[in-house]
Design a protein around this ligand. Structure first.
Ligand code: ADP
Length: 797
């Protein structure tokens, strides 16, 4: 119903106009006043005129908090309705993140005095609440969702105004959308208006990209001032001393940070001698800058030592905790929003704050991380319990488009986890890296939205002077397989390289070739670069390509439930939690649940199944206890259940499957044959992520000569054997020494499974096995036949 084209309808125009007039009377004066103070609202006539006047594209910049995300959509829809064009107006706003999309829709509905789902709605993965009517509505969605819509509505016939918010973030999906808009959508829809917005964008760059059909506009002014404090000011104001009892902390901090700097130089391929001289030069500069800071900010000599030891690297968590405590003890009421790189720092901070007497009693500490279930994420919008100060520990999920209305203080560590891709080791890595000045400005802008604020930057003026203005776009950093499949789905007949060359920043050809090679190995692309039937299905499932393939194989071989559990969990996160100090207990629980299967993947299913059965037979409370006893996170398990339901829906939709594929009872028996089949399907899905390894006693697996060695995760259940063996894995990451690859998960696999997966791959002839599974495997839903094929293979071995 979403994809109907908008058609002029005079009756509807009149009706919408009447509703608009009624709405204006209904809105509460407080909210109306709040809106009217926003710079974007004050410039409304100019902005709406600019959108109407421009050919197709308006690039709009305005400081954080000026009202872009909440006001532009309303201004555009209201002006269309007021001028009698309501029936052909529908504004869609894309956001880089789910949380922002849902929170903004909620706020805008509130500002319009409506419930969500009347004329304002949202759609994000796993959740949607769409407006009742197409015409005259506003929808907030993620970029990924909009790309999905394009499949059935390729010219966006159901949209009159598209707003791409936070366009400066340049996620791979946003870039894909921009390229698609420029290539296909805008030329076919001369009436479509596109607005690109951000507080920190290079308007000229986007105008250049879209050419003469684009114009730019900007708004000035922010509602409330934000004072910015550098690390030097933070140190002198809060009087932080970083000395452990042994006094060795500074040395080890300096070593750690020197190592980080060295690693960065190495990844930039700087020769060792050159790297050494640059390091020495950097240390000299740091010392000079620290000496100046001592004079200017009246710092102690130990502060200067700390500035030198930290260099341009992440501040120690002790300093972050100290600043939170300092703000809490000395500053007037107001919530604190702290930006840290990842979950680990959040956990460490929670521990430190718990041991700080002022904070543990007086603060209400909330984590905010993209992997938390959305219910938990929304907690941050609620007020803290009476008499407590809210402290939100967030990753860069909170960096843009978010208004937490009581935030007065922002503490910024200056670091974020960025997805990067090491094309040498072919692995995605998530390492903490320094942010850019743009990011810093966005972070600072989370304060000063409802009242004046303060931003404490835990990096020195020197570190700031070394920050880049903006980070390179994601397509230049990421592995491109899933991206290529999306491109192929949009343009099956176009060589992907041709499309990529028209992106705002085309990725290097070498990266494209690597991705094409992997997709061919997976059987998703033919050597002529055409999507195979399987490739098309893979591209449609919202999963990384290897997991999508695994799920599709599971459909064929009738083991969907277990494999879907494994894929959902690998794409989201493991339900296992390892509290500090409880590593042994967790391992014990895992081994018990794993029933000797020596597979971290099967373990995911076995653990989920045990939890699910408990829930079904003995109720929620018993399931909760079960999860806690086994170091499983009930919320993650719950999310896996939701993900599975959503994926099942999509499979049914895309493949016209009936429920027979999802017969839970039949799926859940775990005879030896079934486990073997699941193992084979998992291995086949993960292929070519397979390594040959020697003894795992030392927890090291050795790959082919010249390859790095592999390290198993600490809690893996796949490490009980001593024979040389094969391991299949999903995720890996390159360690800092750049010779060791750390696997995040592993399954012991046997030749039978490999043979099965080779039969899926293009090497089938090499193995002497001719299975016609690859090309028309999707027709091979004759399950018993497929199953016996596996048994025949097993027999041959
Ligand atoms: P921008 O996109 O320019 O950063 P927004 O449109 O997101 O700005 O927000 C503009 C202003 O609207 C905020 O600074 C704040 O004053 C107000 N606002 C937005 N959302 C909320 C909310 N959930 N609660 C209270 N005020 C809000």
């Amino acid at each position: 119903a979403n994809y109907k084209a908008l058609k002029p309808n005079a009756q509807l125009d009149a009706k919408l106009m009447k509703e608009l007039q009624l709405r204006e009377k209904r809105i509460s004066p407080a909210i109306a006043e709040c809106r009217q103070r926003l710079p974007v609202w004050q410039a409304r006539e100019r902005l709406v005129a600019a959108v109407n006047r421009c050919d197709q594209v308006l690039v709009m910049s305005g400081p954080t908090g000026s009202g872009k995300s909440t006001q532009m959509s309303q201004l555009l829809i209201d002006s269309a309705i007021a001028t009698g064009h309501g029936s052909t107006a529908r504004v869609v706003v894309t956001q880089p993140r789910r949380l922002a999309a849902t929170a903004l829709a909620e706020r805008v509905a509130e500002e319009r005095g409506e419930w969500l789902g009347v004329s304002v709605g949202y759609q994000v993965r796993l959740e949607r609440k769409m407006p009742q009517r197409l015409a005259g509505s506003i929808v907030y969605c993620t970029v990924g969702i909009l790309l999905r819509w394009l499949e059935s509505d390729p010219s966006l016939a159901s949209v009159s105004h598209l707003i791409v918010d936070e366009v400066h973030e340049r996620s791979a999906e946003t870039d894909l959308l921009l390229a698609e808009l420029k290539r296909t959508i805008l030329p076919s829809r001369p009436d479509l208006k596109l607005v690109l917005m951000s507080a920190t964008l290079d308007a000229e760059q986007f105008c250049r990209y879209f050419g003469p059909s684009s114009e730019s506009a900007s708004v000035e002014g922010r509602l409330y001032p934000v004072k910015v404090r550098s690390l030097e000011q933070c140190l002198s104001e809060s009087n932080f001393e970083f000395f452990s009892k042994s006094g060795s902390s500074l040395t080890s901090l300096a070593n750690k940070n020197r190592q980080a700097m060295q690693n960065r130089l190495r990844s930039d391929r700087i020769a060792p001698r050159e790297a050494r001289s640059r390091l020495a030069e950097r240390e000299r500069e740091l010392r000079l800058a620290a000496n100046e800071a001592v004079k200017k900010f009246q710092l102690s000599s130990s502060h200067a030592d700390l500035l030198v030891a930290m260099g341009c690297e992440e501040p120690p968590v002790e300093l972050v905790a100290h600043m939170i405590s300092y703000v809490h003890r000395t500053q007037p009421a107001g919530a604190v929003l702290v930006f840290v790189p990842g979950m680990k720092q959040i956990k460490d901070l929670i521990t430190l704050l718990n041991s700080d007497s002022a904070c543990s009693n007086g603060c209400h500490v909330l984590p905010l991380h993209s992997r938390l279930p959305s219910r938990d994420q929304r907690q941050v919008f609620l007020p803290a319990p009476a008499g407590k100060r809210k402290v939100v520990l967030a990753t860069n999920i909170a960096e843009t488009s978010l208004t937490i209305d009581d935030v007065v203080y922002v503490i910024d560590t200056g670091f974020a986890k960025l997805s990067g891709y090491h094309h040498l080791a072919m692995s995605d890595s998530l390492s903490a890296s320094p942010i850019s000045l743009d990011n810093a400005r966005q972070r600072e802008g989370r304060a000063g939205r409802v009242q004046p604020g303060v931003c404490y930057r835990l990096y020195s003026k020197f570190a700031e002077s070394r920050m880049p203005h903006r980070l390179p776009p994601e397509v230049l950093r990421l592995s491109l397989e899933d991206f290529l499949l999306q491109v192929k789905l949009l343009h099956p007949d176009l060589p992907a390289a041709e499309f990529l060359a028209q992106m705002p920043d085309p990725p290097p050809q070498e990266h494209v070739r690597q991705a094409q090679h992997l997709l061919q190995e997976l059987g998703a692309l033919t050597p002529d670069e055409e999507l195979t039937p399987m490739g098309r299905h893979i591209a449609r499932l919202p999963l990384p390509c290897q997991l999508a393939k695994m799920v599709l194989l599971a459909v064929c071989f009738s083991c969907l439930d277990p494999v879907l559990t494994i894929a959902a969990s690998l794409s989201h996160r493991t339900p296992f939690e390892t509290p500090l100090g409880a590593e042994q207990e967790v391992k014990q629980c895992k081994l018990q649940l794993a029933e000797g299967c020596e597979s971290d993947h099967l373990l995911l299913w076995l653990a989920y199944k045990a939890w699910y059965r408990t829930k079904r037979n003995r109720g929620l409370n018993a399931a909760y206890d079960f999860a806690r006893r086994n170091y499983l996170s009930p919320t993650v398990l719950q999310t896996i259940e939701e993900l599975k339901a959503q994926l099942t829906d999509q499979l049914a939709q895309y493949m016209s499957m009936s429920d027979q594929f999802y017969d839970e009872e039949a799926q859940s028996e775990s005879s030896v044959h079934r486990l073997e089949l699941i193992r084979a399907v998992v291995t086949a899905g993960l292929y070519p992520n397979i390594v040959r390894c020697k003894s795992l006693k030392s927890k090291k697996a050795v790959g082919r000569p010249g390859e790095p060695s592999y390290e198993l995760p600490q809690g893996s259940v796949a490490c009980g054997f001593e024979e040389p063996a094969w391991l299949a894995y999903f995720e890996k990451c390159l360690l800092n020494d750049r010779r060791t690859v750390s696997l995040f998960d592993a399954s012991l696999t046997r030749p039978i499974h490999l043979l099965f997966c080779c039969a899926q791959a293009r090497h089938s002839h090499e193995c002497g096995v001719q299975l016609a599974v690859l090309d028309d495997w999707i027709r091979l839903a004759a399950t018993p036949a497929a199953f016996s094929t596996v048994l025949v293979l097993r027999h041959r071995l």
